[in-house]
Design a protein around this ligand. Structure first.
Ligand code: PEP
Ligand code: CO
Length: 453
């Protein structure tokens, strides 16, 4: 296990510079909300976080692959069974494609049940003639474009907790209660996806999976008794940005005595808040969850090795994942020095690609979007850099939704610029729709099959 430094406590981050935090207008109300969170039941258990860590450890040396995906930011106004099910469905489909196509177990982690806060490059935005504070996610303020709506309200942390609990409850029911059963592999392919070229390709793959199951049954294997065919683990994750919330949900595990942030299984530190001496690194150094850190084009080998030493001093495999988000044009050049530095120091790190966040563009009309081809190009560059560096490209971190939105351009089903306005629903960053996600999974499986093993 990692050590927790003796100077650490769930609130020791408060002594450090904390970037991207809201200024609550009423600090007493904020303390009260943190206190309430502290009295609430944990959302996840330490044992589950350790189970995820073990899965991620396998992905470091090519025995598994991480699929982490979900909304850019979840919404307080969009909690619904249908939305959660659609997200799970596309994740199960992608996972079937990757597992079957690359013959590797897929570790499934949603950006879900807690992804309610956003770092912003600009603290203010212009609306008409007015400068108003930026939207920072529903756990902080409201997205309506008025100065009043943007006032931070700490009670939103409690609402975020409640929505996370409801979401997680449904996810657990779906994943353990039969919906994720591999014999349902055809059922996940419904509605608008099924008729698309990717949907039809998926249908053929589902037929093959069915035949493989029938073959095993014919060989005398008791499929009904094999729990792993009928249930899956879907873990939760979000950016651990709002430290009041994360502190409020931090608990000491009764089995090991170690601290865990029980707001999600995996927490990641964003590109804007990963300063070695800053509050986020201080806080996450002390909890024992699996952690991720985003690495943008400015990340240096020294910083990256520093993050390894600070966040994983005992070198526990599965504790630390780095997500390279360098940009399609830059990844081939900027990633190799980081891979080398970490390898030379002998740190066990899971290297994954976030091909979304450095590839955001604006159309001539000012609409924020991403091109499917550019996303694929960053993934290809990431794979090539990893293979050349003798490192297993162990995962992907995506923004997607299970619905038929038109937010990213391209894909087999070609979303064009003039389509963007028809279903552009994201609160912030553009997400892949279900067809684009499935298309990406097929291409990713092909990329993985070309791995020099
Ligand atoms: C995100 O994942 O939504 C995000 C803001 O990423 P990054 O920190 O990489 O910019
Ligand atoms: Co985003």
């Amino acid at each position: 296990m990692t050590v927790t430094p003796s100077t650490w406590s769930p609130s020791s981050w408060r002594e450090r510079r904390a970037l991207q935090q809201p200024e609550w207008p009423d600090p007493a109300a904020a303390s009260a909300a943190v206190g309430r969170l502290g009295a609430n039941p944990p959302l996840v258990f330490a044992g589950e976080a350790r189970h995820l860590r073990d899965g991620l450890a396998k992905a470091i040396d090519g025995r598994a692959f991480l699929l982490q995906a979900g909304d850019c930011v979840e919404s307080f106004t969009e909690l619904s069974t249908m939305r959660i099910r659609e997200k799970l469905k596309i994740m199960l489909q992608m996972s079937a494609v990757l597992t079957y196509g690359a013959t590797l177990p897929v570790v499934k982690v949603g950006r879900i049940a807690g992804q309610f806060t956003k770092p912003r490059s600009d603290a203010f935005e212009r609306v008409g003639d007015e400068e108003i504070p930026s939207f920072r996610g529903h756990m902080v303020n409201d997205d309506a474009p008025t100065a009043e709506a943007r006032i931070p309200d700490p009670r939103r942390m409690l609402e975020g907790y409640n929505q996370s609990a409801a979401t997680l409850n449904l996810l657990r029911a779906f994943t353990k209660g039969g919906y994720a059963d591999l014999t349902q592999v055809h059922l996940w392919n419904k509605d608008f996806v099924a008729s698309s070229p990717e949907g039809q390709r998926y249908e053929r793959l589902a037929n093959e999976i069915e035949r493989a199951l029938a073959f095993m049954a014919a060989c005398g294997i008791d499929l009904a008794a094999e729990r792993r065919l009928h249930e899956v683990d879907v873990f939760t994750s979000h950016e651990g940005l709002l430290l009041d919330y994360e502190e409020g949900l931090t608990r000491r595990d009764s089995l090991t005595g170690d601290w865990y942030d029980c707001s999600a299984h995996l927490l990641w530190i964003g590109e804007r808040t990963r300063g070695l001496e800053d509050a986020h690194v201080e806080f996450f150094a002390g909890v024992h969850n699996p952690l991720g850190v985003k690495l943008g084009p400015g990340a240096t080998p020294d910083e990256v090795v520093g993050l390894c030493e600070r966040l994983n001093p005992l070198r526990v495999p599965g504790r630390l994942t780095f997500y390279a988000r360098m940009g399609a044009d830059a990844v081939r050049e900027l990633l190799p020095p980081l891979l080398r530095a970490v390898r030379d120091e002998g740190h066990p790190v899971l290297w994954a690609s976030d091909p979304m966040h450095a590839n955001t563009i604006r159309t001539a009309d000012g609409v924020k979007t991403r091109r499917f081809d550019t996303i694929m190009r960053e993934l290809e560059g990431f794979f090539a850099a990893c293979w050349e560096g003798g490192v297993w490209p162990g995962g992907v971190h995506l923004e997607f939704t299970g619905e038929d939105v038109t937010e990213c351009l391209g894909g087999a089903d070609d979303v064009l610029e003039e389509h963007l306005s028809s279903r552009y629903e994201t609160l912030l960053d553009p997400r892949l729709n279900a067809r684009q996600s499935l298309d990406l999974a097929f291409r990713l499986a092909e990329l993985m099959r070309t791995a020099p093993r």
